[in-house]
Design a protein around this ligand. Structure first.
Ligand SMILES: NC(=O)C1=CN([C@@H]2O[C@H](COP(=O)(O)OP(=O)(O)OC[C@H]3O[C@@H](n4cnc5c(N)ncnc54)[C@H](OP(=O)(O)O)[C@@H]3O)[C@@H](O)[C@H]2O)C=CC1
Ligand SMILES: N[C@@H](CC(=O)OP(=O)(O)O)C(=O)O
Length: 367
């Protein structure tokens, strides 16, 4: 019997002190395939052990694997031995830093918005459109065919509200065809606004704020890219521009977990029944689960029958935050259906998606 143990892949986290960065630390500390090797943040944090650089705000204790790692500046040379670098960088700085990392030959999986619109950059919710990683597979194949080593590349994670929205839509579109109309009204947690400086308590206590800068536009176009298809040559994504999407976004006094009230109309007539929609969501098994990825949810979509669910505090941890909860699925008198979806914004909406994407890249031998 073989006694050979598989060595873990070294990984780094940029923006390790932030809201998304802290979630990456929690998810990577005891990961079976990845070893947390490098942490990066701004020059304010660089040179300090992580436990001194970070203002830890998670409800789980800071993992010992991270506490004494010394934070560095976000320079690619510092991360040269990492197989994957996760980015939770402030978008103001992410563009230049991530570009430098890719040019250095590194694999970057990013939460920042900067490269999401690039046609040859996959925008991936790993429980929905993991097939878009074929763009990366094609880049790697072409380089290897020329006798070159694996090139640096970037994969983008979607906006957190978009992730919760498209997770149940993808199996529905695959089974019942494209959507004609999609509307969503979000109730977004304060952790989505980040930790530096963080959403002011006085603004959110006893309150709802009906504006999140840039969020509605991002949901409206990102859904079209994620629900779109790859061109035949697998080099770019063709957005689903035939679908009309409308989003309204609100910040609410919830720590973690974005809730969305969704309504939709399918392009094809007759529309499926409520029972067919529920069955489609319940039966869905995402590729990451089929491949046995370590963080993949057992159930990607949880269909809830209780009339007052999902609720963020009660449902956000389903499948470790990698599962999305859908409740109150019913006919809509204007469109075809309406339902409520809840997703953990820093797990399936951010860092968790990043980790699961890296597991998929590893399973597909693209690292
Ligand atoms: N929060 C969420 O739910 C989601 C966030 N995102 C995106 O993820 C990214 C991170 O968001 P979030 O964690 O909320 O943000 P935070 O404000 O909490 O964290 C920002 C991070 O960026 C670092 N940083 C700031 N300036 C620089 C710099 N000049 N050079 C290097 N590092 C720098 C900070 O380090 P330091 O502590 O040293 O200042 C910190 O680690 C953003 O692009 C955001 O839009 C995406 C989806 C969901
Ligand atoms: N805007 C989101 C979080 C976020 O930063 O999204 P994006 O990465 O798309 O900018 C929220 O407030 O909940």
């Amino acid at each position: 019997m073989s006694t050979k143990t598989q060595t873990k892949r070294k990984v780094g986290v940029l923006g390790a002190t932030g809201s998304v960065g802290q979630r990456f630390i929690l998810l990577l500390a005891n990961h079976p395939n990845f070893e947390l090797a490098k942490l990066g943040a701004s020059s304010r944090s660089a040179g300090k052990p992580y436990k001194k650089a970070v203002e830890w705000k998670q409800t789980s204790l800071m993992p010992s694997q991270a506490a004494d790692l010394v934070v560095t500046e976000c320079k690619p040379e510092e991360f040269a031995d990492c197989d994957v670098v996760f980015s939770g960088l402030d978008a103001e700085y992410a563009g230049a830093i991530e570009k430098a990392f890719v040019e250095f030959g590194l694999v970057v999986v990013s939460n920042a918005k900067n490269y999401r619109r690039e046609l040859d950059v996959p925008l991936v919710v790993p429980t929905a459109n993991s097939d878009h990683l074929d763009i990366v597979a094609e880049k790697v194949r072409l380089a290897k065919a020329k006798g070159e080593k694996r090139p640096g590349y970037i994969v983008c994670i979607s906006n957190c509200s978009t992730a919760g929205l498209v997770a149940p839509l993808k199996p529905l579109v695959d089974k019942f065809g494209p959507l004609e109309i999609l509307t969503t009204t979000t109730m977004q947690a304060i952790s989505g606004a980040g930790f530096s400086p963080g959403f002011p308590g006085i603004d959110i206590l006893d309150n709802v704020v009906p504006f999140i800068s840039g969020e509605e536009e991002k949901i409206e176009w990102e859904a079209k890219k994620i629900l779109g298809h790859l061109k035949n040559d697998k080099t770019t994504v063709l957005n689903d521009d035939s679908m009309k999407v409308s989003a309204q976004c609100n910040r609410v006094a919830v720590s973690d977990g974005h809730t969305e009230c969704v309504a939709l109309k399918f392009a094809k007539r007759p529309a499926p029944s409520v029972e067919e929609v529920k069955k489609c969501l319940r039966d869905y098994v995402c590729e990451a689960t089929q491949l046995g990825c370590a963080s993949a949810p057992k159930q990607a979509i949880h269909v809830l029958e209780e009339q007052n669910r999902p609720q963020p505090r009660l449902d956000r941890e389903r499948d470790g935050g990698f599962g999305v909860s859908v409740g109150r699925i019913r006919e809509d008198p204007v469109l075809d259906f309406k339902f409520v979806v809840l997703s953990h914004n820093t797990i399936i909406g951010a860092a968790g998606s990043g980790v699961l994407i890296a597991e998929l890249l590893d399973a597909k031998k693209l690292l």
